[in-house]
Ligand binder design. Structure first.
Ligand code: PFF
Length: 452
């Protein structure tokens, strides 16, 4: 049976690109990217981030696709399926499953906030307020108990519903329609933000690199942000790779996904930083940044309330296409390896995520004083996964493909059994074997030492 007739996967190359882009584009671009850029000093961090996306991220993404499509398995089963001699590497898949579970727990907290912002802006509670009042609304909502938990649960249930519909009906269709709409709205926000008085300081912050602001720990953060944003280093794209048709071009798919993801992150930066400076706010205020800045931008534009509703709705959907992939990694593993029914696995995982997610959500309120190594529980999970688990996962994936798996097989998969030209292959393989592992290793070690 050819892959194209296989009901396992995506129905077209566009479908695969859109679904992988849907996983990549999410809160990581619009919520996490601006606040990490803000905390790490702006331009120099951005430059590093872009370098990491294209020189490390893209090859790692292609490698995940290769492992997934070649094995036609979930991220744990994939290594075993490629050959019994690789059984030992299944630990990489297990690490990915754990990372997906942890990320989903704190990601759903922020996704819940986004959902609530649809209602807050729709009911006019954000209109006509001063920047201080907007920050107050954010603080009082997130520090509550019932409201943020209900929003988080709603989001988790929504994700479970889409995952239950399956790959083609759920993931592919949803994403195809809604992602382009998000792009249009981001462009609109950029125009408004750039025309605010005093916006040029924000552009300078974002685009004028000041390398004196870089430390090893911010280099590691830039790497973590690049991997987080591209959804790599934990097998999400091994899982999606197993759904890509045999005739599709993996390199082209990777370039499109990395390009689209970077475009949205950049637009998000251009929408946020000019406004941050125009409203006299601090770029380094952390996870609350977007929720405190954007309502002011909407407040200063005609039909702002309408655009705000639309924006937070689309952001919720962007988050949804990412949480779908996070849940799908764990569910596909439970279905294929533990032989669970899809429904049982979906509900069980969702329930466990909500249990851990509750602690994340409450760490902005009742559990705010619960600190682990100087960080709240939420910050801890965010930091642990993006800064350590994803780079370590990425390192293992490229070591496997570059040093353990035969080169001819990698070539065969990337060229669709010799049918596609692959002029990039020599560069790709060099990066895979030497550049990427060395760079990842140095950054990890120096970053860990810098953080301690
Ligand atoms: N890339 C997603 C984002 O930027 O929002 C987050 C994410 C999704 C990370 C799926 C990892 C993953 F497996």
């Amino acid at each position: 049976m050819t892959a194209s007739k296989d009901t396992r996967g995506f129905t077209s190359n566009l479908g695969a690109i859109v679904a992988a882009a849907g996983s990549a584009i999410g809160l990581g671009n619009i919520w996490r990217f601006p606040y990490t850029v803000g905390q790490n000093g702006g331009g120099a961090f951005l430059l590093l981030y872009i370098l990491f996306v294209f020189f490390l991220g893209l090859p790692i993404m292609m490698s995940e696709f290769v492992i997934g499509r070649r094995s036609q398995r979930n991220t744990v089963g994939a290594f075993r399926q490629l050959g019994p001699q690789y059984k030992r590497w299944t630990f990489v898949g297990v690490l990915g499953i754990v990372a997906a579970f942890l990320i989903y727990s704190f990601y759903s907290t922020v996704a819940g906030w986004t959902l609530n912002y649809v209602f807050l802006s729709g009911s006019g509670q954000l209109s006509g307020r001063t920047p201080e009042e907007v920050s107050q609304v954010f603080a009082s909502f997130t520090s509550g108990t019932a409201a943020p938990l209900v929003c988080q649960l709603a989001f988790i249930l929504l994700t479970a519903a889409v995952v239950l519909l399956g790959v083609q009906k759920g993931i592919e269709k949803c994403t195809k329609i809604l992602m382009p709409l998000l792009l249009v709205l981001m462009l609109l926000l950029c125009v408004r933000s750039l025309t605010l008085r005093g916006s040029s300081a924000g552009l300078a912050f974002l685009f004028e690199p000041d390398f004196s602001k870089l430390t090893w720990s911010s280099v590691l953060s830039a790497l973590g942000q690049a991997l987080f944003s591209l959804s790599i280093g934990m097998g999400a794209l091994v899982t999606y790779g197993s759904y890509i048709r045999k005739e599709d071009n993996l390199f082209k798919t990777g370039v499109c996904v990395a390009g689209a993801d970077t475009l949205i992150a950049l637009l998000s930066g251009i929408a946020i930083f000019p406004a941050v400076f125009a409203f006299g706010m601090s770029p380094a205020s952390g996870p609350s940044l977007v929720y405190e800045v954007l309502p002011n931008v909407f407040g200063s534009m005609p039909m702002g309330a309408l655009f705000a509703v639309l924006f937070f709705l689309l952001l919720s959907i962007a988050a949804l296409t990412s949480t779908i992939s996070l849940l799908e990694i764990v569910v596909l593993w439970a279905v294929e390896e533990l032989h669970m029914k899809r429904v049982t696995a979906t509900f069980l995982v969702s329930l466990l995520v909500f249990a851990l997610g509750t602690v994340c959500t409450l760490s902005f309120g009742p559990f705010a004083d619960l600190h682990i190594m100087g960080k709240t529980f939420f910050e801890c999970l965010d930091h642990l996964t993006a800064t350590y688990m994803m780079p370590i996962g990425a390192l293992c994936i490229i070591l496997f493909l570059g040093w353990r798996y035969p080169k001819a097989e990698v070539f065969d998969e990337l060229t669709n059994q010799g049918r596609l030209k692959a002029g990039y292959f020599r560069v790709y393989y060099f990066v895979l074997r030497f550049l990427a592992p060395i760079a990842l290793f140095i950054i990890l070690i120096m970053g860990i030492l810098g953080n301690s």
